[in-house]
Design a protein. Structure first.
Length: 455
């Protein structure tokens, strides 16, 4: 335990003595000595204002004796003025001494002699730890490069062909066809007309019951496990969630129409419809565009995975202690609802990893000069707006139009916060990409999902 020299905090003509007692590297006690002269004038002025507006039976407004006002309001006003003075002096002290704290100062409960010439108040501080961040701690992180393989591209081509194709009626149903049906069960009050694809049905056994059917044919089948998702069963039967959940009754499906999606031809008309006239002129070019667009989307997923894994590695490998006891105590009163000691302990456990990364991130931002300036926010917002306008065909908007939109967007503080966080995330991503010694691995999207999520 050691002491630092007292500091005199000056606020206009008032002077208070503040002393810091460092209990250890993570905890300190601040003692603030407040002289009566520091707050008496403010108390007197506040009481005069109370007297002007006080409504006390038997006295006209503004004519209440000061002695009565002091008796009724004096203690509360004094507490309020002292609290204001303490808050100002603590904030000034922490700023002037450049003390990094976690949470807020907590008052130490003790008896105060309010009649004394000098009042003494103690506050507990939780101090931010000293530590170093080594970005090479992410050396075991993998940076994935996801490629769109030929199978995926071909699947996407077929999907687009079906999407832009036309619906054609058929006499007899086959695997993958759409069927429009009337579904009914009189006892359960089920009666609905709907369309679904045979492949929506969960098992091959049940799918076969709908294959080879013509208009007018009837299929009787159990609802239990009929679809992978019970929400689909809700839609098909037109029943509520509670009824659909675990429903096991026999229903009849009367076939009203069988249709299939005839694929669009891969011709110039099709290419022009997708990309604009003359932008794509062959199937190879179409596949090239699909590959390019898919890999841009994959890159975002890979980057986010890289970011998450790097953060996790930094939290795991950057060792420092936290003032846990202080933080648990602070959490009890920090929110809108006061927590018990056990609830605060549980909240601390849930939030500890996030707090550690906040401290690590702050250190990284400071050491790598990543602080965001307002001009950067404006330029970044301008870029976002131009990209968005380009999506709607405005490829060359005027600078005046963009500037006006930027001004409107940045007049909203919530938008400023959101955009700042997005910009900082990109800066951190670039820093990690440059400085973290990650292993690179090229995978297909299916392999990425299987390797990362085990699916």
């Amino acid at each position: 335990m050691y002491f630092c020299k007292p500091i005199l905090v000056t606020k206009t003509k008032f002077t208070m003595n503040i002393t810091r007692n460092n209990v250890d590297a993570l905890n300190a006690i601040i003692t603030v000595n407040v002289a009566k002269a520091d707050f008496e004038g403010n108390v007197e002025n506040a009481l005069k204002d109370y007297r002007k507006n006080a409504n006390i039976p038997g006295f006209r407004k503004g004519q209440v004796p000061m002695a009565l006002v002091k008796k009724q309001y004096g203690q509360a006003v004094m507490l309020d003025e002292v609290n204001k003075l303490l808050q100002d002096s603590l904030n000034n002290y922490l700023n002037e001494e450049k003390i990094d704290i976690l949470g807020n100062p907590l008052p130490v409960a003790k008896d105060i002699d309010w009649n004394a010439d000098t009042l003494s108040f103690d506050f507990e501080l939780g101090l931010a730890p000293e530590f170093n961040v080594d970005l090479k701690a992410g050396k075991n992180v993998t940076k994935y490069q996801i490629v769109a393989d030929e199978d995926m591209i071909n699947e996407q081509v077929e999907y687009i062909q079906k999407q832009y194709g036309k619906l054609v009626s058929k006499e007899k149903s086959e695997e993958g066809d759409d069927i429009r049906v009337k579904v009914a069960n009189e006892e359960e009050g089920i009666e609905n007309e709907t369309t679904f694809n045979i492949s929506d049905i969960r098992t091959k056994t049940n799918q076969k019951k709908f294959i080879g059917k013509k208009v007018g044919d009837v299929v009787a089948i159990s609802t239990k496990g009929l679809f992978e998702d019970e929400h689909k069963l809700m839609d098909v039967l037109k029943v509520d969630h509670d009824k659909a959940h675990g429903l096991d009754v026999e229903v009849t499906f009367t076939i009203e129409e069988v249709s299939t999606q005839e694929k669009a031809e891969l011709n110039q008309e099709f290419f022009d419809k997708l990309f604009g006239e003359g932008k794509v002129t062959s199937e190879d070019e179409l596949k090239g565009r699909i590959k390019e667009d898919a890999e841009k989307q994959f890159a975002q997923q890979a980057d986010q995975k890289f970011m998450n894994d790097t953060v996790e590695a930094l939290v795991e490998n950057t060792k420092f202690d936290l003032p846990k006891e202080f933080l648990v105590k602070w959490l009890q009163t920090a929110g809108e609802t006061e927590l018990t000691a056990a609830q605060a302990e549980e909240e601390y456990t849930k939030s500890e990893s996030g707090l550690r990364y906040q401290l690590i991130e702050g250190k990284i931002i400071t050491e790598n000069d990543l602080q965001i300036k307002f001009d950067e926010i404006k330029d970044y917002t301008s870029g976002l707006i131009k990209d968005q306008m380009a999506q709607f065909g405005q490829l060359e908007p005027s600078e005046e139009d963009v500037t006006n939109i930027v001004s409107r967007v940045l007049s909203n503080q919530e938008e400023v916060k959101r955009i700042s966080e997005q910009l900082m995330n990109e800066k951190m991503m670039q820093l990690f990409a440059d400085k973290v010694s990650a292993k690179t691995k090229e995978v297909t999207y299916k392999d990425f999902v299987k390797e990362v999520y085990g699916e």
